[in-house]
Design a protein around this ligand. Structure first.
Ligand SMILES: Nc1ncnc2c1ncn2[C@@H]1O[C@H](COP(=O)(O)OP(=O)(O)OP(=O)(O)O)[C@@H](O)[C@H]1O
Ligand SMILES: [Mg+2]
Length: 318
C-alpha cells in the first residue's frame, strides 16, 4: 500500500464544501413485494453532524443499508422526513433528487464499483463529466484527489492492477469528485484485510475531522467502529443505542490498552446480539413465521459469525 491514508494530503482548494447536518426524523421504510411487507425501518430519528464520522452497526437485515440509501436519496422513505442541510429531500422531484445525489452525496460501497476498463484517474473524472465540469479542470482535479487518498502514483493504473485497499481508496476519490458535503460508505471495509480496512476508515475519519465533511459508515467490524466518533446501533429497524467508543470503556486504561479494552467490549456486545438473534430466529421459526430451511440457514450463518468473533476475542486475550 503506497502512502499512509491517515497522512493523506489536504490539497489547497480541493475541498471547498464543508459538511452539512443531516437529520432524519421518524423514518419508516416498508418494502412491499406482492402481499409481503418488510418493515426495514420502524421510526428512526438521528442526526449526523459535519466534521464527525458516525458508524452504524447492527445485525444483517437491521436496516443499515436502507438508512444510508434514504439519506443519500437513492430511495424514498415510506414515512418520516430527511433534512439534508436546509433541504428537505421529500419535496424534491425524482429529477431533482438525482441531481442532489450527484452533487451532494459521495457513495462508497462494499463491492468496489470502479469501471474496470477505465484507469483510476478516468474513474475519478466520471462523476465530474456527469456534473458538467469543463474538461480542462477534470484531469487536474482527479490527480489532486488521487493525491489526497495517497495514490497519485497510481493514476494510470487500471482497477485490477491495484490492491483491494487501493481500489477502495480510488473509490473514495471517485466519491469526492464533486466535493459533496456528505460521504456515505456502506460496509466499505467488508472485503478488505485489517490493515487495508484501517487505511480506509482512517481516510474517511480524516475527511470528517480534518476536512469537515459529514461521514456515515456502516460496518460489522468493531475494529472499524472504534475508529469513528460515534456508534449508532440499529436492530430490527430501530436505533437501540448510541455511544462513543470511549463510553464503552468501563475501566479506562491508559495508553494503547484502552483501545483493545473497548474493542473487547464491542466484540462481546456483538456476540451477545448475535446470540439473541439466534433465539429470535428460532422462536420465529417455531411460530411458523419463517420457513424452517431459511431459519436453519440463518442460524448457521450467525453461528459462524459468533465463532469468528470468539476467535478474535481469544486472540485479543479476552
Ligand atoms: N429492495 C428490497 N425489497 C424488499 N426487502 C428489502 C429490500 N431491501 C432490503 N429489504 C429488507 O429490509 C430489511 C433491511 O435490509 P437492509 O439491507 O437495510 O439491512 P442491512 O442492515 O444493511 O443488512 P446487511 O448487514 O446484511 O447488509 C431486510 O429484512 C431486507 O431483507
Ligand atoms: Mg447492508
Amino acid at each position: 500500500m503506497s502512502g499512509s491514508a491517515g497522512g493523506a494530503a489536504i490539497v489547497e482548494g480541493l475541498f471547498e464544501r464543508r459538511g452539512v447536518r443531516v437529520e432524519v426524523r421518524d423514518l419508516v421504510k416498508i418494502y412491499r413485494r406482492g402481499r409481503l411487507e418488510v418493515q426495514a425501518l420502524r421510526g428512526v430519528t438521528a442526526s449526523f453532524e459535519p466534521g464527525t464520522i458516525t458508524s452504524v452497526m447492527g445485525p444483517s437485515g437491521s436496516g443499515k443499508t436502507t438508512l444510508l440509501n434514504l439519506i443519500g436519496g437513492v430511495d424514498r422513505p415510506t414515512g418520516g422526513s430527511i433534512l439534508f442541510g436546509d433541504q428537505r429531500l421529500e419535496v424534491l422531484s425524482d429529477e431533482e433528487l438525482d441531481r442532489h445525489r450527484l452533487l451532494n452525496v459521495g457513495f462508497i460501497f462494499q463491492s468496489i464499483n470502479l469501471v474496470p476498463s477505465l484507469t483510476a484517474r478516468e474513474n475519478v473524472e466520471l462523476p465530474m463529466i456527469l456534473a458538467g465540469l469543463p474538461a480542462g479542470e477534470r484531469a487536474g482535479r482527479a490527480l489532486q484527489l488521487l493525491r489526497a487518498v495517497g495514490l497519485e502514483d497510481r493514476a494510470d493504473h487500471y482497477p485490477e492492477e491495484l490492491s483491494g485497499g487501493e481500489q477502495q481508496r480510488v473509490a473514495i476519490a471517485v466519491a469526492l469528485a464533486n466535493d459533496p458535503p456528505v460521504i456515505l460508505a456502506d460496509e466499505p471495509t467488508a472485503e478488505l484485510d485489517y490493515e487495508a480496512a484501517r487505511g480506509v476508515v482512517d481516510l474517511l475519519a480524516h475527511l470528517a475531522r480534518g476536512v469537515g465533511k459529514t461521514v456515515v459508515v456502516t460496518t460489522h467490524d468493531p475494529r472499524v467502529a472504534v475508529r469513528t466518533d460515534r456508534i449508532v446501533r440499529l436492530e430490527d429497524g430501530r436505533i437501540i443505542g448510541e455511544y462513543t467508543p470511549l463510553e464503552l470503556e468501563a475501566h479506562p486504561q491508559p495508553l494503547g490498552g484502552g483501545e483493545s479494552h473497548s474493542l473487547a467490549e464491542l466484540v462481546r456486545a456483538r456476540i451477545a446480539a448475535l446470540e439473541a438473534e439466534i433465539e429470535r430466529v428460532e422462536e420465529a421459526a417455531m411460530r411458523g413465521e419463517i420457513p424452517l430451511r431459511r431459519a436453519a440457514r440463518r442460524i448457521v450463518e450467525l453461528e459462524e459469525s459468533i465463532r469468528a468473533l470468539k476467535e478474535l476475542l481469544s486472540s485479543m486475550g479476552g
